[in-house]
Ligand binder design. Structure first.
Ligand code: IMP
Ligand code: MG
Length: 181
């Protein structure tokens, strides 16, 4: 296990939640999903890039055959009163009347998840279910029901386990928190 501090760009990070604690929570969520959804033929949609590691660990613990796909939010220069519009890309299957489980790395303000759920609801799924590895409740302004939450954390910036700072740090097995601010 990497210990001590790591530096990414201008910021220093220290270990915050280690691999064993993370894996304990992933196993817990996997158990809940196996129990709740085994007879509902769910389709899992991982949101890239951040959710890749959580999704991979979670999917390995599903004990029934599942369908998996990955989506990405792409910014495009559309004309919108709110500025940048983010479009969900990569949907390549029919989601109508399906039980869709969105796999996210983190819910911070909730703006991203709100955008994702609005777009997915247009495909008329039977149910939209959310599993997120991290949640920052103090920062969340969109009160979206979160069906499965790994770990609730205070409002500090973290990297590792799929999460990045300016593109770096997604690779670490442990979660690191910024030192200072
Ligand atoms: P939102 O504020 O809930 O819309 O989250 C937006 C996005 O910000 C997330 O999907 C992450 O990519 C990123 N994000 C939020 N908090 C953190 C963090 O602590 N570390 C790394 N990325 C974060
Ligand atoms: Mg993300």
């Amino acid at each position: 296990m990497p210990s001590g501090r790591i530096k990414v760009h201008d910021k220093t990070f220290e270990i915050f939640i280690d691999e064993s604690e993370i894996q304990k929570e992933v196993a817990r969520i996997a158990g809940e999903i196996n129990r709740d959804l085994a007879d509902r033929d769910p389709v899992f949609l991982g949101i890239l890039n951040g959710a890749f590691m959580f999704a991979s660990d979670l999917f390995k613990q599903m004990d029934f055959p599942v369908q998996i796909s990955f989506l990405k939010l792409a910014s495009y220069a559309g004309t919108s009163s709110t500025g940048t519009v983010k479009q969900l890309i990569g949907i390549n299957m029919d989601l109508k009347d399906r039980v869709v489980v969105v796999i996210e790395d983190i819910v911070d303000t909730g703006v991203t998840l709100d955008t994702i759920l609005r777009q997915l609801s247009g495909y008329q799924p039977e149910a939209l279910i959310v599993a997120t590895f991290l949640h920052k409740p103090e920062a969340t302004i969109h009160k979206i029901p979160l069906d499965y939450v790994g770990i609730r954390i205070p409002n500090k910036f973290v990297i590792g386990y799929g999460l990045d700072y300016n593109g770096y740090g997604r690779n670490f097995k442990d979660l690191y928190a910024v030192v200072g601010d």
